[in-house]
Design a protein around this ligand. Sequence first.
Ligand code: UGA
Length: 430
Amino acid sequence: MKICVIGTGYVGLVGSAVFADWGNQVIGVDNNPDKIKMIEAGEMPIFEPGLKELVAKNVASGNLKFTTSLADGINESEIIFICVGTPMGEDGSADLKYIYQVAEEIAQNMKTPKIISIKSTVPVGTNRKVREFIKSKTSVDFASVSVPEFLREGSSIEDMNQTDRTVIGSDDLNAIEKVASLFSHLNSPIVKCDLESAELIKYASNSFLATKISFINEIAQICDLSGADVSKVAYGMGLDSRIGPKFLNASIGYGGSCFPKDVLALFKTSSDFGYHFNILDSVMNTNKNQKYYFLNKIKKVYGDNLKGKKVAALGLAFKNDTDDIRESVAIEVVKILREMGAIINAFDPEAMPNSKKVLGEEHINYLSRKEEVFQDSDLLVILTEWKEFKDISSENLLKLRDKNIFDGRNLLEASKIRDLGINYYSIGRK
Ligand code: UGA
C-alpha cells in the first residue's frame, strides 16, 4: 500500500518506519527541513531503541523516503496518516492548531480521492469537525478515519509490531476495511467502530492507566502508614486477571507528553459536555501531590534546607529507555531539591542533553557514568526506572556520606541496602 505519514515525532517517525518494514511504500513528511535532512542523513531527532536501524534498513530497501513537500507526499499515496502533535493548550484542552494546518494543506493539495486518517490523539468529535473543515475547502472525495496510536516511548517499535489491538473508526466501511488490511498480519484484534468511539478509546485507555498509577500511589501511602509492602500488594492484586499486573508500580508520579496532557484533556472535554469527571479530578490531584510525598521523606530526615548537601540523582527522563523529559517528574524533583539548596550530581543514560537545556548548569553536575554520582555525594535519590539503576555495587552505595537512599521508583532491594547499614526510603515499602 502507498502511505503518507505527516509528522516525524514519535508516532510519525516510528509509524513510517514500521509501516515501511511491513512492506508498504511510505513517504514521511515534515515541514521542518532540518529535521528531514537529519533523518535522511541517518540521524534520529529522538532516541528510541532500534529506530535508527529500522529507518536505515527501510530507506535502503526503497520502502521509505522523506520529504518536506506535503503535496508530493499525499498525491503519491492512498492513505494519509496525520501524526502531528496535539499539545496542551493554555486552558488544558488539546491544542489542535497543527491538525488544522495540515488539514488545510491537504485540502489545498489533494487531487484524487484519499483516506485521511488521524493518528494524533484528538478529543472526541475532532475527526468529524476536521472532516467538515476539509470538505468545505475541496470538492475531491475523501474518507475520514480515526486510527489512534497506543505505542509507548522506549518500546514503540515492539509495541507497534505486537499491539494488543488496533482501533479503526469511520462512517465509511470500505475505508475501515482498507486501513484494516494494513494491520491484518498482526495477531491481535481490530476494533472497528465509529469515529467518536475510536477517539474516546484512546483517551479512556490513557486515563485508565493513569488512574491505575494514582491508585497504587495512594495504596503505597496506606502501606507506609500500616506497615504493608506495596510491591507485594500490587503483585497480589495483579494476579487477578481482571486487574492485571501492569501499571501498578508505585512511583514519584506519572509524567511524559501523554498522560498528564490526555487526562486533563478528557477532564476538560467532559466539562465541555457538562459532566464533572470526579475520578480524573482525583487522579490528577494525587499525581500532582505524589512528588511532594516523596520529597517529604527527604525533608523528614534533612528538614527544608539542603544547603551544603550534595545529592546524587539517578534519572532525569520521564521514564526509562527514552531521552524525553517532557513533564518529567524527575526534573521537577531535581528543581525542588536545588531550590532547597542542594548541589545535584546527576546521571541519566540518555536524557542529559535535553535536561541541560531546561535545568542549565547552575548547582548541577552532569556526570558521564552512573558510578560517578557516588564519588562526592551525601545522599542518593532515584527518579527514573532505568533497569541499569537496579545493579549498583555495594562499594558505590557505601560511598554516600550520609548513608541515605531515597528510591522514588522502588528499584532497589530494601533488605540488601539495609544490610549494608544504609537507610533506605522508598514508596510504600517497609
Ligand atoms: C503512554 C501509554 O502507555 C501509551 O499506550 C500511549 O500510546 C502513549 O502514552 C501516548 O498516548 O502516546 P508513554 O507516555 O510513552 O505511553 O509512557 P508510559 O510507559 O505509559 O509511562 C507514563 C508515565 O507513567 C511515566 O512517567 C512512567 O514512569 C509512569 N508509570 C508507569 C508509573 O509511575 N508506574 C507504572 O506502573 C507505569
